[in-house]
Design a protein around this ligand. Structure first.
Ligand code: AGP
Length: 368
């Protein structure tokens, strides 16, 4: 087993480090001529796209969190309403599905029982189903109408890392494909997004350099009882995933909040020393986020913030700021999540938890 870990202490750490290459593999051959998207055998025509009036993204856990990013991105680029559903809820709530609905199911393993059932429910009601999965020949890949593989390679650790980042890449590609065909995105802007996507493997590599700093941070904070993750827009979606990572492997209670929601309840929980992870990579929301961060620091919250390189406004306001390599804010989630994975990892290691096999959890949930 130690050979399989490639010199890393845990599969999770190995898989975190595999992300630059995994992102590259997911992109390979799928962006051609600067801004044309080729999605394997998925070929939705402009006519078919014009008929779609709603998209469902259905998944569980980390894959669901990828779906939340997908919603923001598809709606922004392709201007089609998107609902993101937790698969175990979707199948029992009589969702409104018909031939005009496109359903995207997301599943690393392709074997999650609730996601398979949701896929069947969507098909039964006439929806076309696109699957994003990592496992060739999995049940979900066989049941769906179209499949986009993430090509992340085997993911062994229960906590999903490279599957998430590559699911995001796949969702960005779908969003671009729909938008370009529908004509809702400017070609130059699409090219700029594609260029940024291609640069992400290198930027992801740089982010891994935060390892030592995050390890040290974890060694000082692994005794935290509660951790709050805050963000706005795409940062909120990433906050949800960061929070899940921490919970599942370190057993520290944590919650993710849309930062604007704080004052509607959660702020009551912030007291002297409460650890808050504030994501502030979304430049167009920065001022709003800054005021939410101040709401926390005023009450004694201890803030670790993530900001976009070049924006030093949080220095002196929060305890610590780490910088995400400069990128377009639209694609930032793909790299912002990486230090959050590392943080969860080191918190769990400091606590002496079984990182790769957290208690009570299975890699693939094939029962309801
Ligand atoms: C993530 O770290 C989890 N262990 C879990 O939430 C997982 O993402 C979920 O069970 C869905 O699995 P799937 O992607 O294989 O369908």
């Amino acid at each position: 087993e130690s050979a399989e870990k490639g010199g890393y202490e845990h599969f999770m750490l190995k898989e975190i480090h595999e992300q630059p290459n995994a992102i590259k593999d997911t992109l390979r051959g799928r962006i051609v001529n600067d801004n044309e998207i080729v999605l394997d055998k998925v070929n939705i025509t402009k006519d078919e796209i014009d008929k779609i009036d709603k998209i469902f993204i259905v998944a569980c856990g980390t894959a669901y969190h990828a779906g939340v990013v997908g919603k923001y991105v598809i709606e922004k680029f392709a201007r089609i309403p998107v609902e993101v559903d937790i698969a175990s809820e979707f199948r029992y709530r009589e969702p409104i599905i018909n031939e005009k609905t496109l359903t995207i199911v997301v599943s690393q393993s392709g074997e999650t029982a609730d996601t398979i059932a949701a896929l069947k429910e969507a098909k039964r009601n006439g929806s076309r189903v696109i699957a994003i999965t990592n496992v060739v020949g999995s049940s979900i890949s066989r049941e769906a109408d179209d499949v986009i593989y993430t090509w992340a390679g085997p993911e062994i650790a229960v906590a999903s890392t490279k599957a998430y980042t590559t699911q995001l890449v796949a969702l960005y590609l779908i969003a671009l494909d729909l938008a370009l065909k529908k004509g809702t995105i400017d070609k130059e802007y699409a090219k700029a997004i594609c260029d940024e996507l291609k640069q992400l493997p290198d930027k992801a590599k740089h982010i891994l350099d935060y390892k030592d700093e995050l390890q040290e941070f974890a060694s000082n904070h692994f005794n935290s009882k509660d951790v709050f993750y805050l963000g706005r827009g795409l940062d909120y979606a990433v906050a949800m995933e960061g929070s899940l990572k921490l919970k599942e492997i370190s057993y520290i209670h944590s919650e993710a909040y849309a930062a604007g929601e704080l004052k509607h309840g959660t702020l009551a929980l912030i007291e002297d020393g409460t650890l808050v992870i504030a994501l502030a990579t979304q430049e167009h929301l920065f001022e709003k986020m800054l005021s939410n961060i101040r709401e926390v620091t005023t009450r004694g919250g201890y803030v670790l913030a993530f900001a976009m390189e070049g924006n030093n406004q949080l220095e002196g306001i929060v305890e610590k700021v780490l910088y995400i390599p400069k990128t377009m804010e639209e694609v930032a989630p793909i790299i912002t999540v990486i230090p959050l994975q590392l943080l969860a990892y080191y918190m769990a290691v400091e606590k002496g938890c079984d990182v790769d096999k957290p208690r009570n959890l299975a890699k693939s949930v094939t029962v309801e």
